[in-house]
Design a protein around this ligand. Structure first.
Ligand SMILES: Cc1cc2nc3c(=O)[nH]c(=O)nc-3n(C[C@H](O)[C@H](O)[C@H](O)COP(=O)(O)OP(=O)(O)OC[C@H]3O[C@@H](n4cnc5c(N)ncnc54)[C@H](O)[C@@H]3O)c2cc1C
Length: 392
């Protein structure tokens, strides 16, 4: 192991925490400084759009208690000087480093001129505020964006007995992510569970003086709304890296071992990192999933300790799961890279099926609905580089 005396971790959430733990586990005995913009101990975000909205406050991230109060909370890194190896914080203080882990994650994309009553969902505060709104029993909930956050919120709001309209720009919600078969099933699943679906339509603005009263659509209609949740994707938190010399392209661009391009001894992990995935011929990917941040935080920190010559490529298969209206939807690999897809188990009409995705015949991804065992089988085949036709 080479000698680094001080490591700074920017971003104290899942990837940052896992980096911290990996350094300690590996026996790193130098200084670790963790800087986090939030005031809470690192917590789990997946419950924020699920159980927390239904009243369950449990968001503990195992291992977060190891930090105690030995970290800088409520502090933003505002600038990075890679030549002097210093991180500059919002209170003007400077933290020198020998090695840096960037784990500043991502923030929700926001619609312009949103009045009161229009929410995004990323933090505990967002979830608690939204929970209070849902509990007040709004009559017209509009969800903008049918991705996993929008879909989960729509599902929760329906479970609470509220009227929900879901507006989505694509033909079927999550079409780009799930492929046509599953996205079409998902549209039906939303409708079967009482969600009013407005597809291939964009939101152009809001009605309401102070508080939202309506959502204007690209087809000229206005939907009545007294609560709106926008789940229209995220942008990586890289503003503070402007001028640092690091290469940016929708995230911090890294090499396959997670070392950031443009400076030495800087690694990135989690929602903020973009790196060439060796399973996919070196395609640059940025993965916004829990398991990626969980594993990559540790991997990036260990690579930083090992140094570029001894570091290992990060090539874990992306994996994600969500629940909507009681159905379990799982995704593995990168289905959006495919030029071909096939239902390999079950039948969408029965609500239990798995779809395999291939590019040039080689498996690149899988989607399973209420079929976890089938997903495991296809995941193994993807990792082995198998052909679509080899799947029984
Ligand atoms: C509501 C919700 C539900 C989700 N559900 C699922 C799910 O079911 N399954 C799944 O796989 N994934 C899910 N995810 C995604 C998953 O939570 C993320 O992939 C994961 O949190 C990424 O971790 P991260 O540490 O990379 O980034 P983040 O969790 O975004 O953390 C980054 C941290 O850095 C801080 N920060 C940002 N800028 C600075 C700065 N300049 N200085 C200091 N600190 C800074 C931020 O405040 C934040 O605390 C969900 C996400 C949300 C929001």
């Amino acid at each position: 192991m080479r000698k680094l005396n001080s490591i700074v971790i920017a971003g104290a959430s899942l990837a940052g925490l896992r980096a911290f733990q990996a350094l300690r586990r590996e026996g790193f005995d130098g200084t670790i400084t963790l800087v986090g913009a939030e005031k809470h101990l690192p917590y789990n975000r997946p419950p924020l759009s699920k159980s927390m909205l239904r009243g369950d406050d449990e968001v503990t991230l195992p291992g977060a208690e190891e930090l105690g109060d030995r970290w800088l909370k409520g502090r933003h890194a505002v600038r990075l000087d890679t030549s002097a190896r210093r991180l500059i914080l919002d209170d003007g203080s400077e933290i020198p480093y020998d090695g840096l882990v960037i784990a500043t994650g991502a923030s929700p994309r926001r619609l312009p001129d949103a009045p009161e009553g229009v929410y995004t969902l990323r933090t505990i505060e967002d979830s608690l505020a939204l929970r209070a709104e849902l509990a007040a029993g709004p009559s017209d909930v509009v969800v903008i964006g049918g991705g996993f956050i929008g879909g989960e919120v729509a599902s929760t709001a329906r479970a609470l007995g509220l009227g929900v309209t879901l507006v989505d720009a694509s033909p079927y919600p999550m079409h780009n992510v799930l492929g046509t078969e599953t996205a079409r099933w998902l549209a039906g699943h939303h409708r079967d569970n009482g969600v009013e679906l407005v597809s291939e339509t964009r939101v152009t603005g809001f009605e309401g003086n102070g508080r939202v009263t309506g959502v204007r659509l690209s087809d000229g209609r206005t939907l009545p709304a007294d609560l709106v949740i926008a789940g229209i994707g995220v942008v990586p938190n890289t503003d503070w890296l402007d001028g640092s010399g690091l290469t940016m392209n929708d995230g911090v661009v890294c090499d396959e071992r997670l070392f950031a391009s443009g400076a030495q001894d800087v690694v990135a992990a989690g929602d903020v990192a973009r790196w060439p995935h060796s399973l996919y011929g070196g395609t640059l990917v940025r993965v916004e999933h829990w398991s990626n941040a969980n594993d990559q935080g540790a991997a990036a920190a260990l690579n930083l300790l090992a140094g570029p010559e001894n570091a290992k490529p990060f090539a874990d298969l992306p994996a994600f799961a969500t629940h909507m209206h009681g159905a379990r939807v799982q995704i593995a690999g990168l289905p959006h890279l495919a030029d071909e897809s096939r239902v390999v188990t079950g039948d969408p009409a029965e609500g239990r099926f798995a779809v395999a995705f291939a590019k040039d015949g080689t498996l690149v991804g899988a989607v399973a609905v209420n079929a976890p065992k089938d997903l495991i089988r296809i995941k193994r085949a993807i990792a082995a580089g198998d052909h679509l036709d080899a799947l029984a």
